[in-house]
Design a protein around this ligand. Structure first.
Ligand code: SF4
Length: 77
């Protein structure tokens, strides 16, 4: 079974919201910190394509997505 892990590079998020626009099921803006956060318990494996699009559309390359399947690990940044 495939597992998805999403992390953010500290300090790179500028709160533009592109990721939340592409995949609001996974990304949400924190209006206190003006940075993005993950939606709790988001079913990331369901939204792999949208997360990859969010990674590619982040202007500051703040998002990193890890995919693992059968022990393999890949990153897309
Ligand atoms: S697209 Fe990038 S900079 Fe914009 S809110 Fe998302 S992580 Fe932050």
């Amino acid at each position: 079974m495939r597992s998805i892990n999403v992390q953010f590079h500290d300090g790179l998020c500028c709160g533009f919201g592109n990721c939340a626009g592409v995949c609001p099921e996974v990304f949400a803006l924190d209006y206190v910190t003006n940075r993005v956060k993950l939606v709790p318990d988001a079913p990331m494996a369901v939204y792999t394509t949208q997360i990859a699009q969010a990674v590619s559309e982040c202007p500051t390359q703040a998002i990193v997505m890890f995919q693992s399947s059968d022990g393999d690990r890949q990153s897309h940044a």
